[in-house]
Design a protein around this ligand. Structure first.
Ligand code: GDP
Ligand code: GDP
Length: 437
């Protein structure tokens, strides 16, 4: 499940974004059909041959008014911390510059594979000039042209050669993988520490064999096994990039990629921010199970209505997450934290729930009986049958006479009926409408 991560580094203007966009290709241009869901170019899916991976454009990290070199340093540091393979980009037009040397020097310190690309080599004559780049000490330079799309195949061939061996990845049969995400300072580390505290047996901290994520495995007194994904990202590492918004978004996306259940933490004191919605949108789109955790509940002045009011606010701000349970906790006092593992287990069960076709069709036919299917120009939608085709998230195909006749509102109605009949708390469900000939 964990896709390898490729980071692109280099001084400004060498063409990092251009190459990033080329590599991420069309897959980046996914239609935004959900309110509150936007795409972040900092962390994009990509594929080459039969490899799927993630790309980070470290140029997206902005430290505000930090000096130019500090910013480059932060970007390279981020790449070294997060990536499986690092691609350093330079420009064949300008040749080797002192800023390139700064980047290269930093890269010597990592034992992660580094591939050197010389961009803006727009025509074959310019290939002579790439030999100077051997002086950077990073091995063979690969000439490319981001704007013309030249040489990228050879570069990608080299990149995928360095991907971690899948066989080396650990098998996690039976354990529930979850992660804790949220903006900086909402209390993620505090929750992690509390959850991994005294009364849990931590079986092992799985030091990533292939990447530096640390997953913590623990067993509850009831015998349920959990893997908290990427707890390393939660530890205070004191890196300059750590509190940038882009970094925390990227971190969240990586965690979403690698887990089945997401605990999204909101700060009860600070309230809901745009970034919370942004990240939640990704988890929803990725089809992960989700729990909304409102932390710092101890710090809020409360009366009988406060919890209900906060819940209403969350429901109106995260309309697309109407299936996610909301829980109010305090990492400081420990309030309700002991219930989180059971909640994770419940939504994980719902996320992998299978409904038999006969039961499902009874529910659909009953639904149609109360609320007849819509019609258009005298033609009525006919629903023939439905069947579940996938789990995580539960995905249903509904066969009809004409896909055009299925309205969004009717689909929504059917989804609600399915949710009324079966417990799908915490998981998105997908309906796919197909025409049957
Ligand atoms: P970044 O700052 O490293 O992300 O660089 P950009 O991707 O924004 O590119 C900087 C400039 O270089 C832009 O004006 C691009 O159009 C230009 N550029 C990018 N790739 C190439 C290339 O392969 N050949 C040429 N001639 N120009 C390029
Ligand atoms: P992270 O950046 O999301 O990992 O957040 P931290 O766990 O580092 O917490 C940020 C700050 O919030 C710290 O000063 C914590 O002491 C404080 N904090 C975390 N959880 C709680 C809580 O439940 N109640 C209160 N009052 N403060 C908390």
């Amino acid at each position: 499940m964990a896709a390898p991560v490729v980071a692109i580094v280099g001084r400004p203007n060498v063409g990092k974004s251009t190459i990033f966009n080329r590599m991420a290709g069309e897959r980046i241009a996914i239609v935004e059909d959900q309110p509150g869901v936007t795409r972040d170019r900092l962390y994009a899916p990509a594929e080459w041959l039969n490899y799927e991976f993630r790309m980070i454009d470290t140029g997206g990290i902005e430290l505000g008014d930090a000096p130019f070199l500090a910013e480059i340093r932060a970007q390279v540091e981020l790449a070294i911390d997060e990536a499986d393979v690092i691609v350093m980009i330079t420009s064949g037009r300008e040749g080797v510059t002192s800023a390139d040397e700064v980047v290269a020097k930093m890269l010597y310190k990592t034992d992660k594979p580094v591939v050197l690309a010389i961009n803006k080599v727009d025509n074959p004559e310019m290939r002579q000039d790439i030999y100077d780049f051997y002086s950077l000490g990073l091995g063979d330079p690969f000439p490319v042209s981001g704007s013309h799309g030249l040489g990228l195949g050879d570069l990608l061939d080299e990149v995928v050669k360095h991907f971690p061996d899948e066989a080396a990845e650990q098998e996690d049969e039976g354990a529930i993988k979850f992660s804790i995400i949220g903006r900086p300072n909402v209390g993620k580390s505090s929750i992690v520490n509390a959850m991994l505290g005294e009364d849990r047996v931590i079986v092992s901290s799985i030091e990533g064999t292939t990447r530096d994520a640390i997953d913590s495995r623990f067993v509850t007194p009831e015998g349920d096994e959990f893997i908290m994904v990427d707890t390393a990202g939660m530890r205070k590492r004191g890196k300059v990039y750590e509190n940038t918004e882009k970094y925390s978004v990227m971190r969240a996306l990586k965690a979403i990629d690698n887990s089945n259940v997401i605990l999204m933490v909101i700060d009860a004191e600070a309230g809901i921010r745009e970034q919370d919605k942004h990240v939640a949108g990704f988890a929803h789109e990725a089809g992960r199970a989700m729990i909304i955790v409102v932390n710092k509940w101890d710090a809020v002045e409360k009366d009988d209505h406060t919890m209900k009011e906060f819940e209403d606010l969350i429901r109106s701000e995260f309309k697309f997450l109407d299936y996610a349970p909301i829980t109010f906790v305090s990492a400081k006092t420990g309030q309700r934290l002991d219930r989180l593992p059971q909640l994770v287990k419940d939504v994980d069960n719902n996320h992998r729930k299978r409904i038999s076709s006969s039961t499902l069709n009874d529910v659909i036919m009953d639904a149609i009986a109360i609320n007849p299917t819509p019609s258009d120009n005298g033609r009525r939608l006919r629903v023939y049958y439905a069947t579940q085709v996938a789990i995580q998230p539960p995905t249903f195909v509904i066969f009809v006479n004409d896909v055009e006749l299925m309205h969004f509102s009717y689909e929504r109605f059917l989804e609600n009926k399915i949710r009324e009949a079966f417990d799908f708390t915490g998981t998105p469900i997908k309906l796919i409408v197909r025409a049957r000939k």
